[in-house]
Design a protein around this ligand. Structure first.
Ligand code: PEP
Ligand code: MG
Length: 886
C-alpha cells in the first residue's frame, strides 16, 4: 500500500489523499515553481493510525525511502552534525482547517546539529540556537503536551535577565541558556530527555499531527463547518527554508486579487527577517507586499510572475505563503483562496471576461447563500459592539429601533415615524400588524419555523427568534438580559443573519444588490462591479434553469415585489393570513356559531373582502399562475385563549356580573379546544366541517378572476386544498368547488385548476390515487417534515435541536434543509406515483425548503416543475436552480 507521495508524484486533484496543502505543493512542484522538496504522508495512513493506535505496516519503510531521496536531493542528511537538513512537519486536511491542527518546525536539530546549522548560516549562532529553542518549545507543546506557559515564562525570564522586552535582543548565549531551561522543562513534564535522535523526532512529530485530527478544537471546528469527521489529515514533511537569516530574508502572504472586494491588484503582507509564525504572533508589524519591490526587486518580480501563473493555472483567486531565504524565493503553500460573497461574484465575472472560465463555471463559483448575504442590509461592526444575547438567525437582515412589547404600541410608534423592534416571548397571528409596522422582531422562544420566523421571512423582515437569554416581561414593558434591563423605548439592534442582539444603535448599510433586483439600479449604468457581475450571472442562471421559481405571497404588495424579483407566479397564497386583524372576529363567529344564519352572515361579510384581496393579487400577477390555498389555520390561532377566558368569566361571576354571553363563548371554546392544534381541525378538515367556508373562498377566487379578466387582464387561479390525506377528502371538496366555478365563470374564458398540497405522509404514499382528483401537487414540506419526523414545528427547535445538532444526528435542521433520505423520499415517491397516474400533473413545492439552496438542488433532481419561496428568496432560488442545471 502506498502511503507516501513525493511532491513530484501528486497533483491538485488528489486532495482526498494528500490533503489540500499536499496536493497543491505537488501541483506547484510539477509546474516547476520553487517549492522546497518534500513528501506527503496520506490521509489513509492517518486513518489507519487513528483506527488502530499504531502506524500501518510499511509506513516506516516508505518514510525512510522518501527521506533518503529528499536528503539526496538537498545534498544534506537529516540532523547531520556538520551540515544538517531540517524539515517541517505540517498537517493538511482535505478542507482547510486553519490553525486547528499541529505543525512542528526545525525537526532534525539537536545538541550537535545546532552547531552545524550555525556554520551553514555563515556562523550565525544566534539564529541556530533560536531555531533549536523553537523546536523544543513546539515539539514539547504539540508532541508531548508540555504546558506552553512554562516555555513562555522561561522566555520572559531570559528577557528580564537581559533587561529587554524583545526576543530580538537576546543573543546567542542567552538563547543557549534558554535551550537548557527548555530542556529541563521538557524533562520535568515528560520524564525523559528531549529526543536527540532526528528520526525519532520526525516519527513523533508525524504521530502528533495524526492525533491532532481529533484535538478538541479540530472536532469543534469540523462540526461547525460541517466537515466530515472521518477524513483524516495528511502530513507534509518539507525541507526547511529560513526567512529569519537576516535582512535579505523574510516571509509573507499574498492574494492574487483582493479577497474582500475581488478587485485586481497586489494584496499581501511581508515581514523581513522572520518566520511565518512571527507574522501570526504579531511580534512585529508587517509591511504591504508592494514594499518588497524596494527591498528585493528580483524576488518581487519573480513572485508576481508566479502569482499570475497560479491564477491562470487554477483559474481562480489563489492565496499564497512564501519565504525568501537570502534572496531566494520559495513557495510554501497555495490554495484557491477564501473570499467574501461580494468578491465571489466579482471575481467570477472577471474570470469570464479574461476568458479563463465560461459562464457555466461562473455559476458554480457562487452560491445562493452568498447572494442572500448580499441582499441584506448589514451592520457596520467596525465599532465596539458586543452582543448581549444570541438567538436563532430566523430572518436575515440588520435592524435597529426602539423596543416595544405590543403590536398596538409598534403600530403607534411606527406611525410617528419611529423605527421599532417588536419584542415578544413568541408571536401569534394577532401580532401581525405590529410585525408589519416594526423594523425587526425579537422573540425569546421558538426556532426557524416559529410563527415569528415564518412570517418575518415572508415579509423579508429581520427577525431573531429564540434568544432565550432574554427574559421578556410584557406587562412591565421591559426585558432583562445579561444583568441589564431594557425598557420600552430603549434602542436595540438585531442581526437576523447571525442571531446576535446588541444594545444601542449599530449603524446599517443598505444593499445595492436589492436595488438592482427591485429595478431601481440599472446594471449597465451602475459603476458597481458587483451589481454588474450579479446581473450577468443571474441572467445566465435564468437561461440555464429548468425549475421555475414562484413566490409565497398573500398580498398585492408582496406579489408585486416577488414579480420584480423574478417570480414566475405565486406558489402559495395563504388565505388564513387574510382573516386577521378586523376580520378575525368574523372567523371566530364562523367557527364557534351553531346557527346557520349567524354563519351565513359571517360568510357573506367575508366574501367581498376576500374577493378584493384576490383581485389585487391577480392584477399584480397578470398572466402568471396564482396558487390560492383554501384556509388552513391551526384553530387556536383564531380562538380566544381558553385559560384567559375561563379566568375572566370566573372573575366576572365573582363580581356578580351578567356573564351569560361570555359563558356561551367559553363553552364553545372549550368544545373546540385541542391539545395538538397542529394535528387537529385544520385545512381540509375544517373545510369539510364548517359548511360554506370553502365554498365562499372558491366563489371569491372565481369572481375575482372573472373581474380581472373582464378588465382586460389575465388571471390564472389554481385552487389548492390543504392537508389532504385521502383522495376522498379532495373529491368532496372538488365536487362542490367545480359547481361553483362553473356557475361563476360561465363563458368568461377563465380557467381554474384544482389541486392539492401533499403535506401529510399518507397523501405522499397514496399519491397515485390522489392524482386522479388533482390537477397539480404542491409539496408542503413544512408539514411533511413535521409529520414525517413527528417534530412539532413550533416547539422542537428551541427545545432540543441544539442537542441533535451537537450529536450530529443531523447537520442542519430538517425544517431548514430537506431531509433527502426520509421526507425527500416521500416527495420522490409522490412525484413518481402522481405522474404515473396523471402524466401532465404539475408539481411544485411551497414549504420553506423552496428557498433553501441545498433543497432546490434536490427538487431539481426529483423533476419538480417549480419551487415557491418567500419573495426575498426568489433570486436565491433562481440562482440555485440555474446551478443545479449546469
Ligand atoms: C407546508 O406545510 O409546507 C406549507 C407550505 O404550509 P404551512 O406552512 O402554511 O403549513
Ligand atoms: Mg402546511
Amino acid at each position: 500500500h502506498k502511503y507516501v507521495y513525493d511532491f513530484a508524484e501528486g497533483n491538485k486533484d488528489l486532495k482526498d489523499l494528500l490533503g489540500g496543502k499536499g496536493a497543491n505543493l505537488a501541483e506547484m512542484t510539477n509546474l516547476g515553481l520553487p517549492v522546497p522538496p518534500g513528501f506527503t504522508i496520506t490521509t489513509e495512513a492517518c486513518k489507519a493510525y487513528l483506527a488502530t493506535g499504531r502506524e500501518p505496516d510499511g509506513l516506516a519503510g516508505q518514510i525512510e525511502a522518501h527521506l533518503e531521496s529528499l536528503e539526496r536531493g538537498m545534498g544534506r542528511r537529516l540532523g547531520d552534525p556538520h551540515d544538517p537538513l531540517l524539515v517541517s512537519v505540517r498537517s493538511g486536511a482535505k478542507f482547510s482547517m486553519p490553525g486547528m491542527m499541529e505543525t512542528v518546525l526545525n525537526v532534525g536539530l539537536n545538541d550537535r546539529s545546532v552547531v552545524g546549522l550555525a556554520a551553514q548560516a555563515g556562523g550565525n549562532e544566534r539564529f541556530a540556537w533560536d531555531s533549536y529553542r523553537r523546536l523544543i518549545q513546539m515539539f514539547g507543546k504539540t508532541v508531548c503536551e508540555v504546558p506552553g506557559e512554562e516555555f513562555e515564562h522561561a522566555l520572559d525570564e531570559a528577557k528580564r535577565a537581559r533587561g529587554t522586552t524583545s526576543d530580538l535582543d537576546l543573543d546567542a548565549d542567552d538563547l543557549r541558556g534558554l535551550v537548557d531551561a527548555y530542556k529541563k522543562i521538557f524533562l520535568k513534564h515528560t520524564g525523559r530527555d528531549f529526543p536527540q535522535e532526528p528520526r525519532e523526532q520526525l516519527d513523533l512529530a508525524i504521530r502528533a499531527v495524526f492525533e491532532s485530527w481529533n484535538a478538541e478544537r479540530a472536532v469543534l471546528y469540523r462540526r461547525q463547518e460541517r466537515i466530515p469527521a472521518d477524513l483524516g489529515t495528511a502530513v507534509n514533511v518539507v525541507a526547511m527554508v529560513f526567512g529569519n537569516l537576516g535582512p535579505d530574508s523574510g516571509t509573507g502572504v499574498a492574494f492574487t486579487r483582493d479577497p474582500a472586494s475581488g478587485a485586481q491588484g497586489i494584496y499581501g503582507d511581508y515581514l523581513a527577517n522572520a518566520q511565518g509564525e512571527d507574522v501570526v504572533a504579531g511580534i512585529r508589524n508587517t509591511v504591504p507586499l508592494q514594499d518588497l519591490e524596494r527591498l528585493d526587486k528580483r524576488s518581487y518580480d519573480e513572485l508576481l510572475g508566479i502569482m499570475a501563473r497560479l491564477e491562470g493555472h487554477y483559474r481562480d483567486l489563489c492565496d499564497i505563503e512564501f519565504t525568501i531565504e537570502r534572496g531566494k524565493l520559495w513557495m510554501l503553500q497555495t490554495r484557491v483562496g477564501k473570499r467574501t460573497a461580494a468578491a465571489a461574484f466579482v471575481i467570477a465575472g472577471q474570470l469570464v471576461d479574461e476568458g479563463l472560465i465560461d459562464l457555466d463555471e461562473a455559476l458554480h463559483r457562487v452560491n445562493g447563500a452568498q447572494l442572500a448575504q448580499l441582499m441584506f442590509p448589514r451592520f457596520q461592526l467596525d465599532h465596539d459592539f458586543e452582543p448581549v444575547a444570541k438567538g436563532v438567525g430566523a430572518s436575515p437582515g440588520a435592524a435597529s429601533g426602539k423596543v416595544v412589547f405590543t403590536s398596538a404600541r409598534a403600530v403607534e410608534l411606527a406611525a410617528e415615524g419611529e423605527a421599532v423592534i417588536l419584542v415578544r416571548r413568541e408571536t401569534n397571528p394577532d401580532d401581525l400588524n405590529g410585525m408589519i409596522a416594526a423594523k425587526g422582531i425579537l422573540t425569546s422562544r421558538g426556532g426557524k419555523t416559529s410563527h415569528a420566523a415564518v412570517v418575518a421571512r415572508g415579509m423579508g423582515k429581520t427577525c431573531v427568534s429564540g434568544a432565550d437569554e432574554i427574559d421578556v416581561n410584557v406587562p412591565a414593558k421591559r426585558f432583562s438580559v445579561a444583568g441589564q434591563t431594557v425598557s420600552e423605548g430603549d434602542v436595540v439592534s438585531i442581526d437576523g443573519t447571525t442571531g446576535k442582539v446588541y444594545l444601542g444603535e449599530v449603524p446599517v448599510m443598505p444593499s445595492e444588490v436589492v436595488r438592482y433586483f427591485e429595478g431601481t439600479l440599472d446594471p449597465d449604468e451602475a459603476d458597481d462591479a458587483l451589481v454588474r457581475a450579479v446581473h450577468r450571472i443571474m441572467t445566465h442562471a435564468d437561461a440555464a434553469r429548468r425549475l421555475a421559481v414562484r413566490a409565497n405571497a398573500d398580498t398585492g404588495e408582496d406579489a408585486a415585489r416577488a414579480r420584480r424579483f423574478g417570480a414566475q407566479g405565486i406558489g402559495l397564497c395563504r388565505t388564513e393570513h387574510m382573516f386577521l386583524g378586523d376580520r378575525r372576529e368574523l372567523v371566530e363567529r364562523l367557527i364557534l356559531t351553531r346557527t346557520d344564519t349567524e354563519r351565513s352572515d359571517a360568510l357573506a361579510a367575508l366574501l367581498p373582502l376576500q374577493r378584493d384581496d384576490f383581485v389585487e393579487i391577480f392584477r399584480e400577477m397578470d398572466g402568471l399562475p396564482v396558487t390560492v390555498r383554501l384556509i388552513d389555520p391551526p384553530l387556536h390561532e383564531f380562538l380566544p385563549p381558553l385559560e384567559q377566558l375561563a379566568v375572566d368569566v370566573a372573575v366576572a361571576q365573582e363580581r356578580g356580573e351578567d356573564v351569560a354571553k361570555e359563558e356561551a363563548l367559553l363553552a364553545a371554546v372549550r368544545r373546540m379546544h385541542e391539545e395538538n392544534p397542529m394535528l387537529g381541525l385544520r385545512g381540509v378538515r375544517l373545510g369539510l366541517v364548517i359548511p360554506g367556508l370553502f365554498a365562499m373562498q372558491v366563489r371569491a377566487i372565481a369572481e375575482a378572476a372573472v373581474r380581472v379578466t373582464r378588465e382586460g387582464g389575465s388571471a390564472c387561479p389554481e385552487i389548492m386544498v390543504p392537508l389532504v390525506g385521502a383522495v376522498q377528502e379532495l373529491e368532496t371538496v372538488r365536487a362542490e368547488a367545480e359547481k361553483i366555478i362553473a356557475e361563476v365563470v360561465g363563458d368568461s374564458g377563465v380557467e381554474v385548476l384544482i389541486g392539492t398540497m401533499i403535506e401529510v405522509p399518507r397523501a405522499a404514499l397514496t399519491a397515485g390515487q390522489i392524482a386522479e382528483a388533482a390537477q397539480f401537487f404542491s409539496f408542503g414540506t413544512n408539514d411533511l417534515t413535521q409529520m414525517g419526523w413527528g417534530f412539532s414545528r413550533d416547539d422542537v427547535e428551541g427545545a432540543f435541536f441544539w442537542r441533535y445538532l451537537e450529536l450530529g444526528i443531523f447537520g442542519i435542521s430538517p425544517f431548514e434543509s430537506i431531509d433527502r433520505d426520509g421526507v425527500g423520499r416521500l416527495v420522490r415517491i409522490a412525484a413518481e406515483e402522481g405522474r404515473a397516474a396523471r402524466p401532465e400533473l404539475k408539481l411544485g413545492v411551497c414549504g420553506e425548503h423552496g428557498g433553501d439552496p441545498e433543497s432546490v438542488h434536490f427538487f431539481h433532481s426529483v423533476g419538480l416543475d417549480y419551487v415557491s419561496c418567500s419573495p426575498f428568496r426568489v433570486p436565491v432560488a433562481r440562482l440555485e436552480a440555474g446551478r443545479a442545471a449546469v
